[in-house]
Design a binder for this molecule. Structure first.
Ligand SMILES: C[S@@+](CC[C@H](N)C(=O)[O-])C[C@H]1O[C@@H](n2cnc3c(N)ncnc32)[C@H](O)[C@@H]1O
Ligand code: SF4
Ligand code: SF4
Length: 300
């Protein structure tokens, strides 16, 4: 991470903690909800299948920048399906960097060739070893691994949503993150049980078991881009929600924290690690602050 980026984010953190501010720092733009897959755990694909035009996304980026957002995510649907004429997701990343965002990340299912050297991180969803990943995501594992091998840059971070199908494959994904070329780390989430995927939710005991495996893999040198100090809060769902420092914009509509804020009762069962990590950080938890500094400086 560049020194200026670090100082900028640190200043935001100090202001937020001292003055208990609620301004956002992390923003997500949904470029489309169109997707080439239909994963078992996902409730947000192909609802409209609209690919939002460049001009609109540029305006949304400028709006977020104007609100103070400096860490930007592009998400979907599938981000690599985004097109406007000749423009691709890569042009959006370049535009975001030009706008002044300090960190720009893209979330993808990894089924398209990976040519995003300008992104700080490509969060690539890997949901287990071949068998369990394919059980969640269809027959895509081998294509993804081939794309990773041929990627234009080494800025890939696996992104695993742990659920009933793949809860016993956490270790395998940690090992893959450690041993796959071009992959820097792995970041986890627990399944967030939307009404149509409640059956995939993990119990408290199951979350605890997963955190034990992740912690043990961290001790064995697995590159995990999460904060161990947030695990107890994630297991018990005892972190504050929603995250007021996070916003998402989809088709001009701005929401605090996530699109899921509209699902009644869901925040109480939230499995997104970033929510726990950011809300605890901005509450001023010293353990989380130190853990975050160490982790971010290592992987970005
Ligand atoms: C909605 S997808 C969009 C980006 C891209 N299509 C992909 O799969 O990475 C973003 C991430 O959300 C995760 N996800 C989807 N539904 C989820 C849920 N109910 N709980 C937790 N994570 C979920 C996916 O596994 C993926 O890592
Ligand atoms: S690839 Fe991403 S958006 Fe598409 S169905 Fe799977 S999780 Fe949902
Ligand atoms: S469920 Fe609530 S707390 Fe979790 S990401 Fe969605 S809006 Fe945020």
């Amino acid at each position: 991470m560049k020194l200026t980026t670090f100082l900028n984010l640190a200043a935001f953190g100090v202001k937020t903690i001292l003055f208990k501010k609620n301004s956002p720092i992390l923003g997500t733009v949904i470029v489309t909800d169109k997707c080439n897959l239909k994963c078992r755990h996902c409730s947000v694909n192909n609802i409209t299948a609209i690919v939002h035009p460049y001009r609109q996304i540029k305006n949304e980026m400028q709006m977020l920048y104007g609100m103070g957002v400096r860490i930007l995510f592009f998400c979907g649907g599938e981000t690599f399906l985004w097109r406007d004429g000749q423009l691709t997701i890569r042009d959006l990343v370049i535009e975001a960097k030009k706008t002044g965002f300090l960190i720009v990340n893209v979330v993808t299912n990894g089924t398209f060739p990976l040519d995003l050297p300008e992104a700080d991180l490509i969060l690539l969803s890997l949901d287990g070893d071949r068998e369990r990943h394919n059980a969640v995501r269809g027959d895509t594992y081998d294509t993804i691994m081939e794309n990773i091998k041929n990627a234009a840059s080494d800025n890939i971070c696996f992104y695993m949503a742990i659920n009933q199908i793949n809860k016993n494959a956490v270790r395998e994904v940690c090992i893959a993150a450690r041993e796959t070329q071009n992959v820097r780390a792995v970041s986890f989430n627990f399944h967030t049980p939307y009404p149509d995927t409640r059956a995939l939710a993990l119990s408290k005991e199951e979350k605890k078991d997963c955190c034990t495996v992740i912690s043990s893999m961290m001790k064995q040198g697995a590159p995990v881009f999460n904060l161990r100090s947030a695990f107890p809060y994630l297991i018990n769902n005892s972190f504050p929600t929603p995250c007021h420092q996070c916003v998402v914009v989809e088709n001009g509509k701005l929401s605090t924290c996530g699109r899921c804020i509209e699902v009644p009762g869901l925040c109480g069962e939230c499995g997104y690690f970033f929510v726990a990590e950011y809300t605890l950080l901005f509450r001023g938890s010293l353990k989380i602050i130190i853990d975050m500094l160490k982790t971010y400086l290592k992987y970005i």
